[in-house]
Design a protein around this ligand. Structure first.
Ligand code: SF4
Ligand code: ZN
Length: 479
């Protein structure tokens, strides 16, 4: 496959390229634009005109420098072996393929997609979405050979995007509804995904019926379909093995998978806990679930569209840095929105605190995410979870929870925390302690080979130990 006819380079080497505000020509989608999406649909062969790119709305060259526009990317594909279950997994690749283009930064997925085109790409001649569509079509067909034909439609018109946007939301909802129809107990195989290892080399998602991938775009059904058609690809089967701890969701097969895929960095995962051996997070999680020590056992959740600072004083971006990168971070977890309403949501933590289930550990939510899941929350809990409209000052949260009778206030942890806060107020100000877990840093050797790794273990305010490890040069693992 050649891209020599394109004015910019295309390849995996450009994944991870950042385009800052002052380097961007235009911004497409993102939190400041109301309607934007990306969607892949499997179609009958006769409905696809292979290679066709249609632009509905202003093209790149008609856009004003420094401005923002909606973006809708509809990729339609056909092939005799394709099935609808593959759509979500194909759709996830939009992120990767856009990022292959030198001069495009793509973040997130579904209706949170966010892109920037760099000034330098535009100046080199990358000035039409025809090029983006053509690159996507070529990459789809080359990387996923079961796709025989593909066409792309790009929407940038704020009015004309409304209809396909609503249609895309309908499809996402249908997928999520189906994903909620089965539980972990109903299956004997989970799935794994390593698509994000280019950003977070020790991260692998374990996708189960009750744990949608943390990017929120791959359900157990989607992962199963992908692993079936391409078992050696980035999505693969994870035999559950022996259940080692039912409450925690610890399985020997999942432990073996993460050990292998994290190259030995992580060897144990509690699928249903955010506090002990939690699942790792890459960077594209839909929401962040964070521990609020001031409430004993309580947790807060914010999603990407949350603008401002959460109850702990941190905006999404600061918490995302803390959470992501493929580390196991007790108390800071990247999650999908669907996982919040899963019966397994942090069940281990909730039950261990004497609560009915994990969902009762949630004491605060950004309003954007609460609105999205409210209809699925237990009716006896929904009004007891604060949002920024109820409480925005952490010191007032415990009293608010007591006032509304949140079940967390019955837990020993809450009582201890509240009495702790009172004592602290009289004593010396200690400053916020942010759990950092284990922090690793790699110092490459000459020519990028070997080098050293510095690991700061269990670091909170200071590191307990510094480990300097020589790294043996390994051949790059082939999938
Ligand atoms: Fe795959 Fe997980 Fe990345 Fe989603 S977040 S693309 S499931 S590794
Ligand atoms: Zn990711």
């Amino acid at each position: 496959m050649s891209f020599s006819d394109m004015p910019v380079d295309v390849g995996p080497v450009y994944e991870g390229e950042r385009i800052r505000g002052n380097q961007m020509y235009v911004e497409l989608g993102g939190p400041k634009i109301e309607k934007h999406f990306e969607l892949v649909r499997v179609k009958p062969e006769k409905e696809i005109e292979d290679g066709k790119v249609k632009i509905i709305g202003p093209d790149l060259k008609d856009m004003e420098e420094g401005s923002r526009y909606p973006i809708g990317i509809l990729v339609e594909v056909s092939g005799p072996e394709l099935e609808e279950d593959l759509e979500a997994v194909f759709e996830r690749r939009v992120h990767e393929f856009c990022n292959f283009v030198n001069g495009i930064m793509h973040l997130n997925q579904r209706y949170t997609n966010w892109m920037r085109i760099s000034k330098s790409a535009f100046e080199k001649g990358f000035n039409t979405f025809q090029m983006l569509g053509t690159i996507l079509i070529r990459l789809y067909k080359a990387e996923l050979p079961i796709i025989k034909k593909a066409q792309v439609t790009i929407y940038t018109d704020p009015k004309k995007i409304a209809e396909p946007y609503d249609f895309a939301l309908e499809i996402y909802n249908k997928r999520d509804e189906r994903a909620r129809s089965i539980n972990d107990e109903d299956v004997d195989t989970f799935y794994g995904c390593v698509l994000c290892q280019s950003f977070a080399p020790t991260h692998a998602c374990c996708i189960t019926p009750n744990r949608m991938s943390l990017c929120g775009s791959i359900s157990w059904f989607d992962a199963r379909a992908a692993a079936r058609v391409d078992p050696k690809g980035p999505l693969f089967e994870v035999p559950m093995g022996e259940c080692l701890n039912e409450l925690a969701g610890e399985f020997s097969g999942v432990n073996a998978m993460i050990k292998k895929r994290s190259l030995g960095e992580i060897d144990r995962i509690y699928l249903y806990s955010g506090m002990e051996y939690p699942h790792t997070s890459c960077g594209c999680f839909e929401a962040i679930d964070f521990f609020i020590p001031e409430t004993g056992a309580g947790h807060g959740i914010i999603d990407r569209s949350f603008d401002g600072v959460a109850i702990n004083g941190l905006p999404f971006s600061a918490m995302a840095n803390q959470t992501g990168g493929g580390k196991q971070m007790p108390g800071f977890n990247g999650i999908s929105i669907q996982y919040i309403i899963s019966p397994k949501y942090q069940k281990y933590d909730g039950i261990n605190s004497g609560l009915k289930s994990g969902i009762y550990t949630i004491v605060w939510m950004g309003k954007t995410v609460k609105d999205r899941v409210a209809e699925f929350l237990p009716p006896d809990l929904v009004d007891k979870i604060a949002t920024e409209e109820d409480v925005s000052d952490l010191s007032q949260l415990p009293a608010w929870l007591e006032k509304v009778g949140h079940p967390i206030t019955e837990t020993e942890e809450f009582k201890a925390a509240v009495s702790g806060i009172e004592e602290e107020e009289e004593g010396e100000e200690e400053g916020a302690m942010v759990p950092m877990g284990t922090v690793g840093m790699t110092i490459p050797g000459v020519g990028g080979a070997g080098g050293f790794k510095i690991i700061l273990k269990n670091c909170k305010i200071h590191a307990e130990s510094i480990i300097i490890k020589k790294i043996e040069t390994k051949r790059k693992r082939k999938e």
